[in-house]
Design a protein around this ligand. Structure first.
Ligand SMILES: Cc1ncc(COP(=O)(O)O)c(C=O)c1O
Length: 360
């Protein structure tokens, strides 16, 4: 057990990635209660979290199903005791097939496909290992990343999956990543429902061909409430709602920011001060972070190991602490090797972030 357990926040060295467990509890409650009320499964996206201890914590709070972006994340989830995992992407190439088959023997595993050749490769690998893999067809509902176009094209692919030994056709995934941060809520909702109509219309075509569809999954933190309860959709797959960041908080104020980076002031000037963490500890791919609870103190620059904070008059001295809320929680988790879970100002847990820095 870490010697930090029970220590007050003030005693920690910096920089340090903090998770506020009371805020996480409230975010989980809000999302999982809404899922229950609307009759939809909430599958939490682990690409935002990357931390097995956090997955176990979410499982203990009612979130037993998870989504992974990559095979390594699915393996970390299985090692954490999670037994229902969807890899939300295509897994391609001979090097990955053995790992995928081994994992399919340990947990209920699903992957997405959008090409016939990949279906054949998956089927061969599962047969060779004596494993069974659930398969969803990814439908491109406007993001133009991966996926089959909505409509008839999905039907022959579903038939091929259904006939392939070692595979089980389960349904469809359609993720509207291009809509998540649209500021106007009515526009976001209208565009989201257009995508859902394409997704559920494709479901109907597959069912008309006599193939059962048991899973239809989609949405992120920005669109969750427009998809949860949409007829024909069985599941939502948000991830950022657990940790949140200052960018997502603008479009989803019902979830609060539980993730922050504890920093120390290392220098002060008449109109700015400087913190001891920069872009190597706080992601800036979605823009500038903010200082937690200090709206008059504006972060204007991040270099590798420094954050510059401008203000009318500097209210801190060297050695003082500030917490920084990143603009992108997922990319920030990926920069750290451990997180410190805090409750009411004291350390409750220290968890490794096992999948950080891994892309396989
Ligand atoms: C396939 C898929 N589903 C869901 C999400 C939702 O994640 P978030 O809630 O962090 O927006 C993402 C985000 O990239 C994704 O790629």
């Amino acid at each position: 057990m870490s010697s930090l357990i029970g220590q007050p926040l003030d005693s920690l060295d910096s920089p340090q990635l903090l998770l506020d467990l009371d805020v996480i509890d409230a975010n989980l409650r809000r999302m999982f209660d809404a899922g229950k009320a609307r009759g939809v499964n909430v599958r939490t996206h682990f690409k935002s979290l990357k931390c097995g201890g956090l997955a176990r914590y979410i499982q203990a709070h009612g979130g037993t199903t998870f989504l992974a972006a990559k095979l390594n994340e699915a393996e970390v989830l299985a090692d954490a005791g999670i037994t229902d995992i969807l890899i939300a992407n295509q897994v391609v190439g001979p090097q990955k097939m053995q790992r995928l088959a081994a994992l399919a023997k340990r947990v209920q595993l699903r992957v997405c496909v959008d090409q016939a050749e990949n279906v054949d490769q998956l089927s061969q690998a599962m047969q060779a290992a004596g494993a069974t893999l659930g398969v969803l067809i990814e439908i491109d509902i406007g993001m133009a990343r991966c996926g089959v176009l909505p409509g008839d094209a999905a039907v022959p692919l579903a038939q091929r999956i259904q006939k392939s030994p070692g595979l089980r056709f389960d349904g469809l995934q359609g993720y509207d990543g291009h809509l998540q941060l649209i500021p106007d809520v009515n526009e976001r909702k209208a565009k989201c429902h257009e995508g859902m109509e394409q997704l559920t219309g494709t479901r109907r075509l597959i069912e008309k061909a006599g193939i059962a569809v048991t899973v239809v999954t989609g949405a992120g933190t920005g669109t969750w409430e427009f998809v949860a309860g949409y007829p024909g959709v069985t599941e939502i797959q948000p991830g950022s709602f657990v940790l949140m960041d200052c960018v997502y908080h603008l479009v989803r104020p019902e979830f609060n920011c539980s993730l922050s980076i504890l920093t120390t002031v290392i220098s002060t000037q008449p109109k700015w001060y400087t913190l001891d963490a920069g872009s190597k500890a706080i992601s800036k791919d979605f823009g500038m972070p903010v200082v937690k609870g200090k709206p008059a103190e504006t972060i204007t620059r991040l270099s590798e190991e420094h954050t510059k904070v401008e203000c009318e008059s500097v209210p801190v001295k060297a050695g003082d602490r500030r917490e920084v809320i990143p603009a992108h929680c997922c990319a920030t988790m990926n920069l750290h090797r451990q997180c410190i879970a805090i409750r009411k100002g004291k350390v409750e847990a220290v968890w490794p972030i096992e999948a950080s820095g891994r892309y396989d």
